[in-house]
Design a binder for this molecule. Structure first.
Ligand code: MN
Length: 712
């Protein structure tokens, strides 16, 4: 275990300004807090945070990162409190420690690989400060190095699999190649010990067969390259077992064919020298075709830059050679962490602009004058445009920032989206428009009766949800048009004296260039064709159509007129409208529309009792209002009157109504007693105010006992 002074010395070696006091305080605090806790290895627990801190000193990370490493398990595993850590080490350190703790607390429950990708993104998104992630990776590395102490095989396999799936790719993502390779190899050891064992044996065999081959090749290459006056440094090594294993799987080669196990690296000072070295190699040795890759002109997404080539090298060995500058090498191996060692400014910063997702980070690096300013800005912008939430089963769902439970529901399954009525976030019910946050656990409540709500469109963030909602609205409209078209046609057929038949309509589809009966019905419903047009196409010989219309009874003619002139807002143009006979709505009344299949829309007053019948069918309700801009129209107002049973009473009433410009269209006695008549009178009026005037006038008439608008 590293001693206190050793750690401080190491940090001071690369950062002379390191805050020695705080480092010492953190070391002592961690040892005290973890006290007598033991690791599976039997070591005192505090050896772990100290080793993690030690790993991070290799990357020359700043003092705050090292302190965070020392404290990283205190909140989770000891009685240390946030208050105490803030008091002793400041709010910044606490934020970092807290970040690592949060990463430790989330756990991947699903094994599928898309989940793994989302989980990696979640970890990245939650590591607002890249240093949090660096500490987490070092933590995992040390745990993997000591994994063999864990007794339960299932636990070892679980941790190793998670490392391979999540942490090794994460290390690669942020360019920490070194850590990535070591994590992979350690995981490989626990996940597939047989395969690893035979690879190791094969390597041993090749090594014995060909003693010191790597060294001999290095010196040969050194001669041919540095003989040309370059200051190149050449390294050779065996590839790691896991990368050999991957290659065997990828290329489907057998063990005997496995020759390509040596990798050589040439480090030079400048980029042009890289291509110079390449020239010497390709001129001096036979090139293996198809193996040349130039990651200098086209870097990998994580910023990796190098030239790769494979040649039949010295002693006829097939060797892979990677050529790069020393600075590229540093970044290739240490990724993000490399930038701390280069913060004083160098050529790297300019070259670094080739990074993709790291571009922002480097941009700050280039423009920040002080190291502190750089650190201040290293809060990662990456994945800030996404949030990652958990399903009840533990799946990670990636969503765009500001996404809502409705987006989440649609992401899980279209049907769940269509029928969602509510959501629980972290156990509490929330409105569907609530914005989700990273790490939220979301549970969707569904109901069979629910359908997509058009208002959702205003707050959903995903294209999938939006598309579904729009499609649903369109389908609804089409259905309404179709029902309406059918109603119009049925009426048109009847008026012309024919039986309505869809078979007959099917025969004239071509004339109207329609693919199906449904689309023709919709065309009629939307007003693109009239019912008569269709009837006349079906029965071309109908000559007495004009006559037929003349004999339509007067009342029906008036009703038809009303059906066509629609003073209602909120409906599809051309939709058939009926005014409910139960409540006789009038302009000025508050109204709703009820969609009736095959009949269009029936308008009721909002207080009509009939509406209760439709209470459990919200999909049939239409929000409508009166369109005041229309021409003055006549509507039927129905009044219930109780009138004194005396001579001339009826004529008094009719003349009062006439004086007030009301036109009686129907009159019916409902009850007659010794003293009173009860009757219903239908009166054509302009609007509700007109009717109210008539009611007032009637109430002022002595023979009238009571007047009410008749409803229900
Ligand atoms: Mn730990």
């Amino acid at each position: 275990m590293m001693r206190q002074y050793e750690l401080v010395e190491r940090v001071k070696a690369y950062d002379p300004d390191a805050c020695e006091t705080t480092l010492n305080r953190a070391y002592v605090y961690a040892t005290q807090k973890h006290g007598s806790q033991k690791r599976a290895s039997g070591d005192p627990y505090f050896s772990h945070p100290i080793e993690v801190a030690g790993i991070l000193t290799h990357y020359k990370l700043d003092c705050d990162t090292i302190i965070t490493a020392l404290l990283h398990d205190t909140i989770e595993d000891t009685d240390a409190t946030p208050e105490e850590i803030i008091k002793l080490f400041g709010a910044n350190i606490f934020k970092l420690v807290d970040g690592v703790t949060k990463l430790t607390q989330i756990e991947l429950k699903s094994a599928d690989s898309k989940q793994a990708e989302n989980f990696r993104k979640l970890l990245l998104a939650m590591s607002e400060d890249i240093r949090v992630l660096l500490v987490k990776l070092a933590d995992r590395l040390h745990n993997m190095r000591t994994l063999h102490y864990i007794l339960k095989p299932e636990k070892r396999v679980r941790i190793a699999a998670e490392t391979l799936e999540i942490y090794a790719p994460l290390a690669e993502r942020i360019g920490m190649h070194d850590i990535k390779e070591e994590l992979e190899d350690l995981a490989f050891e626990h996940l597939n010990p047989e395969a690893r064992g035979s690879i190791m044996a094969r390597l041993e065999f090749l090594r014995l067969k060909d003693d010191n081959v790597v060294d001999r090749i290095v010196s040969q290459l050194d001669k041919s390259i540095n003989g040309e006056g370059l200051n190149a440094r050449i390294y050779g090594r065996e590839k790691r077992p896991y990368s050999i294993w991957q290659k065997m799987q990828r290329k489907n080669i057998t063990f005997g064919e496995l020759s390509d196990i040596m990798a050589f690296r040439v480090l030079v000072d400048t980029m042009p020298q890289c291509y110079e070295v390449l020239g010497y190699l390709h001129a001096g040795y036979k090139v293996v075709p198809g193996r040349f890759k130039d990651y200098i002109s086209t870097p990998k997404p994580n910023g990796y830059r190098s030239i790769h080539t494979t040649v039949i090298g010295p002693e006829n060995h097939r060797i892979e050679v990677q050529i790069r500058t020393r600075e590229m090498h540093e970044v290739n191996e240490n990724g993000v962490a490399a930038h701390w060692s280069y913060k004083q400014g160098s050529a790297l910063q300019k070259e670094g602009t080739q990074y993709r997702w790291l571009r922002d980070l480097l941009d700050i690096l280039e423009h920040a004058s002080e190291p502190e300013e750089f650190l201040e800005h290293t809060k990662l912008a990456m994945f800030q445009d996404q949030v990652f939430c958990f399903s009840p089963k533990g799946d990670v769902i990636a969503l765009p920032a500001h996404a809502t439970p409705v987006d989440f529901a649609y992401m899980i399954h279209t049907h769940i989206g269509d029928t969602c009525v509510g959501a629980k976030v972290n156990g509490a019910m929330v409105p569907l428009r609530t914005q989700l946050n990273n790490g939220d656990q979301v549970e969707i409540v569904t109901s069979k009766a629910q359908t997509p709500n058009p208002t959702w469109e205003r707050f959903v963030m995903t294209g999938k949800a939006r598309a579904r909602i729009r499609r649903f609205i369109r389908q609804q409209q089409e259905k309404q048009y179709k029902d309406l078209g059918k109603a119009i046609l049925q009426k048109a057929f009847r008026q012309e004296g024919y039986e309505y038949s869809e078979k007959a309509i099917d025969g004239v589809l071509k004339i109207f260039k329609m693919p199906s009966v449904d689309s023709l019905l919709a065309a009629v419903g939307s007003g693109n064709h009239t019912g008569r047009e269709i009837v006349h196409a079906v029965f071309p010989g109908t000559k007495d159509a004009e006559t037929a219309r003349k004999i339509v009874p007067l009342e029906r003619a008036r009703n038809r007129k009303r059906d066509h002139a629609i003073p209602i807002k909120g409906l599809i143009p051309g939709m058939a409208v009926h005014y409910a006979g139960c409540c006789h709505p009038l302009p000025g009344d508050r109204i709703v529309g009820i969609v009736t299949t095959g009949k269009g829309v029936t308008i009721h007053t909002i207080d009509c009792d009939t509406l209760e019948t439709f209470a459990d069918q919200p999909e049939r309700w239409l929000d409508v209002g009166w369109d005041n801009e229309g021409e003055p129209e006549h509507f039927v107002g129905r009044l219930g009157l109780t009138v004194a049973h005396e001579k001339g009473a009826l004529s008094t009433i009719t003349s009062v109504i006439a004086k007030n410009l009301g036109n009686i269209t129907n009159l019916r006695f409902t009850n007659r007693t010794q003293d009173f008549f009860e009757m219903l009178i239908d009166i054509d009026v302009v609007d509700v105010r007109h009717l109210t005037n008539i009611i007032a006038a009637l109430r002022a008439t002595p023979v009238v006992n009571t007047v009410e608008r008749a409803r229900g």
